[in-house]
Design a binder for this molecule. Structure first.
Ligand SMILES: Cc1cc2nc3c(=O)[nH]c(=O)nc-3n(C[C@H](O)[C@H](O)[C@H](O)COP(=O)(O)OP(=O)(O)OC[C@H]3O[C@@H](n4cnc5c(N)ncnc54)[C@H](O)[C@@H]3O)c2cc1C
Length: 491
C-alpha cells in the first residue's frame, strides 16, 4: 500500500540502504519486514481477501499483571442500562480517556461515555515501559523529507509532555512523572556517528537534543557497553497506571461517564452508531471514538492497519543503597538501545529497575492466542540486565508481564475519522511510542469530532492510511518471517 503523505518517505529511504542503527528508533521492529511483502504475496492468491470469513479473530483480553497494575484505581460499575449519548468512547486507555477529557473541554454540551471492557489501563497504557517520548516512532532520531514538519511534531509532542506535567496538580494524582530527558544508546560506531549527525542537523533547526559520547553515557547510566547516545531533554518517564488514573479523574471531572467491565461486542455503523455490549446493553451514539488500540482489528474496523505484537517486561525488587551505588545509574534517566530486538530500561522512584523488550512475539489470531510460556523472554531480559550491570548478575526479578503493542508496518501512527458516515474517530499505530502521543491524539480527536480539522490537516498522521497488513493466516506467517529476518540481521 502506498504511503499517504509525501513526508512519510522514510520507508523508501531505508530501502535505499541506510544502516539499521542509523535510523533505528525504539522498538521499530516490523518496518519493511516480510510482513508486507511475504504476507501480501501469499494473500495475492485471493485467500487473503476471503480469510476474514474463514478465520475468526476472537477478542482475548488478559488481565494486566504488571507492577503498575498494583496501583490500578478502584473500578467503576459496568453499564447496566441502555444508553443514548453524543459520543461513545470504546476503550479506557490513554487514547480513550484523554479523548473523553478533551471532547468535554472542546464540546462541553456533548454527553460522553467511555466503555472499557476490563478496568481502565488494563491494556498497553497500564503495562508499558514507562518511557515518555517526543516525536512519533517513525521520526524518532530520523528526519523525514520535511525537517520543518519534523520540528513541528517535536514541538507538539514536547509541548504535550508539559501538559502531562500539569495533570498531577490538576487531579491530585502523583504520576511520578520525571521530565529529565530520555536517552537512546547505540551498540556500534555507525549508530553513534549517525546520532551525532542527526543532532547537528536537529540543533540547526532549533531542536534541543544532544549527542552524548560513550563516556558521558556511562557516567549517566553506569552501563559501559555503549558507543554513544542520543539524549532528548524533553522526554522522561512516568508511572503508567498513575497517568491512567490522572486521565480517568480528569475525564470524569470534565463530565464524561466511565463504565468499566463493559465489553463492546459489535458496532453497527450509521448516523446513529449502535454498540452492543457483551452483557446485552445497547449504546447509541452520534460519534464513536475507537480507542481500542491493538485490539481494534478484532472489532472488524481498520482491520488491516496494525499488527498486535506482544512484548515482555520484568522488574527487580527495590535495590539497596550499595547496589545502586555499584551500578552507577547516577542520572536516573530511562534509556533504550537501537537494536532490532531493542531493550528499554527505567529506574522507579522506589529504586526498582524495569527492563523490557528483547524478542517480541506475535500470537496467532491477532494477539488472541495465549501469551504462553514467558520464561524464555524473561531469561533474555535477565541476561541483558546482567550484561549491562554485571553486579546484578543472578538477581531474580520480582515480577514480569507482557502486553500487546499496536505496530503499523512503518511505525507511523494515524489519527482521523473513518466509517461510512465519517463519524468514527480513531488514533492508533503508535508502534511502541504512545505514552505521550496518545494524549496528543486525544486532543486532535476532540477537534476532529467537533469538525475543527483545520489545525491538523497538514500533519502527516492526519487521516494517514497505514500500510496494508494482510489477514490471517498470512499475518502470522509473515510476522514469523519478519522476526527471523531481524534476528539474522541484528547488528
Ligand atoms: C510492553 C509494552 C511496553 C511499552 N512501552 C512503551 C514506552 O516505554 N513508551 C511509550 O511511549 N509507549 C510504550 N508502549 C506503547 C503504549 O503503551 C501504547 O501506545 C499506549 O498505551 C496505547 O494506548 P491506548 O489507549 O491507545 O491503548 P490501550 O491502553 O491498549 O487501551 C485500549 C483499551 O481498549 C479496551 N478494549 C479493547 N477492546 C474492547 C472492546 N471490545 N470493548 C471495550 N473495551 C475494549 C482494552 O481493554 C484497553 O483498555 C508500550 C506498550 C507495551 C505493551
Amino acid at each position: 500500500m502506498a504511503h499517504a503523505h509525501p513526508d512519510r518517505n522514510w520507508f523508501a529511504v531505508r530501502q535505499a540502504g541506510q544502516k539499521s542503527a542509523v535510523s533505528s528508533s525504539r522498538r521499530r521492529f516490523l518496518k519493511n519486514s516480510a510482513l508486507a511483502g511475504g504476507g501480501v504475496l501469499l494473500g495475492a492468491a485471493g485467500v487473503n481477501a476471503v480469510s476474514p470469513l474463514i478465520w475468526r479473530e476472537p477478542l482475548h483480553l488478559d488481565l494486566n499483571g504488571s507492577y503498575w497494575a498494583r496501583s490500578q484505581p478502584p473500578q467503576n460499575a459496568p453499564l447496566t442500562t441502555d444508553l443514548n449519548v453524543d459520543v461513545a468512547v470504546l476503550g479506557g486507555g490513554l487514547t480513550g480517556l484523554s479523548a473523553a477529557y478533551f471532547i468535554r473541554r472542546v464540546s462541553p454540551q456533548k454527553s460522553v461515555a467511555v466503555l472499557e471492557a476490563m478496568g481502565c489501563g488494563n491494556g498497553a497504557s497500564g503495562r508499558n515501559g514507562a518511557m515518555v517520548l517526543t516525536m512519533t516512532a517513525d521520526r524518532y532520531m530520523n528526519f523525514s523529507a520535511s525537517p520543518a514538519m519534523d520540528k513541528q511534531i517535536y514541538d507538539l509532542t514536547a509541548g504535550n509532555v508539559g501538559f502531562l506535567s500539569t495533570l498531577g496538580g490538576a487531579t491530585g494524582i502523583d504520576c511520578e512523572l520525571d521530565t529529565h530527558g530520555a536517552l537512546q544508546v547505540f551498540t556500534n560506531t555507525e549508530g553513534a556517528a549517525a546520532a551525532r549527525d542527526y543532532v547537528r542537523r536537529a540543533n540547526s533547526i532549533g531542536m534541543p537534543v544532544e549527542y552524548w559520547d560513550a563516556k558521558k553515557v556511562t557516567d549517566a547510566i553506569g552501563a559501559a557497553v555503549y558507543t554513544g547516545g542520543f539524549f532528548d531533554p524533553s522526554g522522561g518517564q512516568v508511572h503508567p497506571m498513575r497517568l491512567v488514573h490522572a486521565f480517568k479523574i480528569a475525564a470524569q471531572t470534565a463530565g464524561a461517564t466511565i463504565y468499566e467491565g463493559t465489553r463492546v461486542d459489535s458496532i453497527e455503523e450509521g448516523r446513529q452508531i449502535v454498540l452492543r455490549t457483551a452483557a446485552g446493553r445497547t449504546v447509541r451514539a452520534r460519534s464513536l471514538v475507537l480507542a481500542s488500540n491493538a485490539f481494534t482489528p478484532n472489532l472488524g474496523l481498520l482491520r488491516n492497519s496494525v499488527v498486535p505484537i506482544r512484548e515482555f517486561v520484568a522488574m527487580t525488587r527495590p535495590l539497596s543503597d550499595a547496589q545502586l551505588a555499584d551500578i552507577g545509574w547516577r542520572s536516573g534517566v530511562p534509556f533504550n538501545d537501537a537494536r532490532n530486538e531493542t531493550f528499554y530500561l527505567g529506574l522507579t522512584r522506589d529504586r526498582r529497575i524495569h527492563i523490557g523488550g528483547g524478542g517480541p512475539r506475535y500470537d496467532f489470531d491477532n494477539g488472541g492466542g495465549k501469551a504462553g510460556d514467558a520464561r524464555v523472554h524473561v531469561a533474555q531480559l535477565q541476561r541483558e540486565l546482567a550484561r549491562l550491570f554485571p553486579t546484578l548478575a543472578g538477581m531474580e526479578f520480582e515480577i514480569d508481564w507482557n502486553g500487546v503493542v499496536d505496530w503499523s508496518l512503518d511505525a507511523s501512527p494515524s489519527v482521523g475519522r473513518t466509517g461510512k458516515n465519517g463519524n468514527i474517530f480513531y488514533g492508533l499505530g503508535y508502534s511502541g511510542h504512545g505514552v505521550n502521543l496518545t494524549s496528543v491524539f486525544g486532543r486532535i480527536i476532540a477537534d476532529l469530532e467537533a469538525g475543527n480539522d483545520a489545525a491538523w490537516k497538514h500533519y502527516p498522521f492526519y487521516n494517514a492510511s497505514l500500510d496494508y497488513v494482510p489477514n490471517e493466516p498470512f499475518r502470522w506467517l509473515a510476522a514469523e518471517v519478519g522476526f527471523a529476518w531481524y534476528k539474522l540481521t541484528e547488528s
